[in-house]
Design a protein around this ligand. Sequence first.
Ligand code: SF4
Length: 252
Amino acid sequence: MAHRYPDFINISHDDLRELVDKLHFGQKVERAKRLLAWAFNEYGDNAVVANSLGKDSMVVWDLAVKVNPNAKGFIVTTAYKPAETIVFMNEIAAEYPNLSIYRSDKDVGDLYRSNPDQCCQVLKVEPVRRAVEELDVECWITGLRCTEGRTRTDFREIEERDKGLIKLNPVLLFTEREVWQYLALNKVKINPLYALGYRSLGCAPCTAIAGGDNERAGRWLNTSKCGGECGIHTQPLKKLGVLSDEATPVGH
Ligand code: SF4
């Protein structure tokens, strides 16, 4: 089925970057809601939110259930998540039965030390692939933001990196401050680890408190993967998927 993309996303990458500064908070929230409404209208139950339980995902989840109270989502967890994250996950999952939890039970030992890319592949990417297949996802909705670290600058609000799987990034233009602004104004629950100083959360052995400009600097600290990605945004997620070298922005 051919999908019609909203006209307002049909802009260049440079214009998109400009919009980060040009649009005010209220306009970004409205834009995110329009993107979500478009996705639920076009893909129905096949539009599914990937909820990492991080601050950006909690914004997206809150917006998604406001736009569509029946929104579905999935959480991927691992045996290495901090205890606080597990408690938070159970609380959120109890509140929203439409959130399914995925996890790999493979024992990877200390692979996170010797080969963190492989560890993330087994514990994160594979369960996301399973979620995409089992939930029959045609459009997955993420909390990606283009100002969140070195690896996140070239994404689009709607893209098709993985052939046959649309990706919607409704808060792509939000800054870190605007994420906190949204969470505070809407009284959205957050992982208590943020109160300790963490700015980006992952598995316990690979997450540290770090200052500086790079919000993701505390991820995989002191490894070549520092500030990088677990792979769910860079690996093909469809079983027989083909990953483009670059994002294929839709509407272009
Ligand atoms: S974040 Fe660390 S422990 Fe978690 S899957 Fe990746 S390498 Fe493994």
